[in-house]
Design a protein around this ligand. Structure first.
Ligand code: HEM
Length: 86
């Protein structure tokens, strides 16, 4: 899971796209087809990722921008799952 998330984020942030080429047709929604993401778990995920980013010592301005993108993505996933009925 650690390797997969690292690979996804590498591609998502503009690096090598191996995660996508190794998984034809996969996307962030299909990766969560068996996970019920609610607004609450999305908030927990955002906090965990913000802590993880801060632990890396990333440049604070860059970290803040990534956190905004993470927040949009996590909340969007919760909304999409709520619309399709969990
Ligand atoms: C919003 C709240 C989120 C929750 C609660 C959550 C939870 C999970 C869980 C439980 C898994 C394991 C699925 C399995 O065992 O098949 C997983 C996998 C994964 N998640 Fe999330 N996730 C969230 C958001 C995100 C976001 C926003 C991203 C991308 C930025 C992401 C990227 C991934 C990736 C790449 C995997 C690995 C998929 C695989 O290799 O099978 N997740 N997530």
């Amino acid at each position: 899971m650690r390797a997969s998330l690292t690979g996804f984020l590498t591609a998502w942030l503009g690096g090598p796209r191996d995660w996508f080429t190794e998984r034809p047709g996969a996307c962030v929604m299909s990766a969560h087809s068996k996970v019920a993401i609610t607004s609450e778990t999305a908030t927990q995920w955002k906090s965990a990722m913000a802590r993880a980013l801060s632990d890396t010592g990333v440049d604070p301005d860059l970290g803040a921008q990534i956190n905004v993108a993470f927040a949009r993505m996590a909340q969007g996933m919760a909304m999409a799952m709520a619309m399709r009925g969990g």
